[in-house]
Design a protein around this ligand. Sequence first.
Ligand SMILES: [Zn+2]
Length: 510
Amino acid sequence: MYQVLARKYRPKIFDEIIGQDAIIQTLKNAVVNDRVSHAYIFTGTRGVGKTSIARILAKSINCADGPTANPCGICPACVQIQNGNSVDVIEIDGASNTGVDSIRDLKESIIYSPQSFRFKIYIIDEVHMLSNSAFNALLKTLEEPPAHAKFIFATTEIHKVPETILSRCQRFNFKRIPTKIIFDKLKEIALAEDVSVTDENLMVIASLADGSLRDSLSIFDTAISYFGKDIKEDVSQVLGLTTKSIIFNLINALFAKDYESSIKAAREIYESGADLRQFMKQAAFYIRNILIVKLKYKDLVYDLTDEEINALIPFAEQKSTEELLDMLDIIINADMKYQRISSPLLMLELTLFRLFNIPQKKDVQELISRLNNLKAAYAPEAPGAHAGIAEQSGLKNNDKITATDTTSDAATMKNSNSAPDKPVKSADGNGYSLEHEKLFDHFLKTDEKLNELNKKTESADSVIADTAKQSRGEITADIKSDSADKKESGGIIENIKEIFGSGIERIEKN
Ligand SMILES: [Zn+2]
């Protein structure tokens, strides 16, 4: 009988667990030094090893050879716990036993000594699903558990577990498993299963699993049942993804400013029946990877092969960090809008149009260092000089701000780039050059202008959203409040942080 991969390759000893090294080491030490706590809570996303580790820990302390960090796997304790039919290791599914009754049963049985092993161990999965009264009933037992009893709780939603429970448990935060580690594991399993599969396909499967080994194995199962034991064709389409080559074509057209090809690619994606929200996520990750390559954190590009990373370098060289962040911002916001706009193709095209029209921007760091150079080179000699020059430059605060205006900023910067960084005397001979004064003024106003542009874009967005809603005869009020919320909820960096997690933290620090 065929056994699904996730079950067949479920880890049986600590050393088979991947991606949770610190937790494993701590638990092993606790077992060896006889310092196993009476209650643990394991928190983390699904499929990262919480229940597997709970069972292995139960085996470690009950194994006939134990307590040991390496349970034998063949004694009655190990075998029964592995099969989930031990009378002393009780697994309770919190999701289907939410009421106080199941905890009452637990309280009645916990006082009796274990029947065959050293410890009675209660593993409660999805513990956050317990009702308040169940938690209250549990609390008493947790405060003074019998010496022969231990608890291991697992949850995907730690915030729903009462503080009173948490404070009585030793807590372990399980990490999402890095794609590269899942990839290596899949490769190992493919070999063991005699499945021939390309690295590109394995990478697609590993990255789709979003940090969950169990999910990656289920996806791998799907691919095997579709293609058999020889997986050479691109698995993306079977898995409901836009193929990497289509995304590559689109990004290529975008960077080459080839509007026609990009619209063609968009139509191709639409007609392939791909989930456009999923596609937006893929495209965002693609840009994100270009950004990471740009910032020279190559090892953070986790869902691409080395060859694919090298292909990103030319893209990274074409855009500044600021421009790439703008692109990400547009894609991420478009993704949010898909929830409300009735024509996804229209939205995709509008998004592309917006991506084509990102104002050219220099990197902030570069601007700052150039500003500092300018300041140093032109220390004021005549205090009265400023006002007159600002007037001559014709740049006033109430200047009308347009997209072309921002482009002309870039042009000014470019011009002054070609000018050497040495003092050029202006007409009145005060040591400031008109050119540089202009540049200086433009730098100071860049933020203001871009903010205004952003506001314009946002109000255009809400008009589009409103029109779409009106055409469906719905009320507009909630759209407006929604876009207002979005504005308040923080800028680009916050969005990106939310999506990419720790990777971006590391970039900020450096
Ligand atoms: Zn054993």
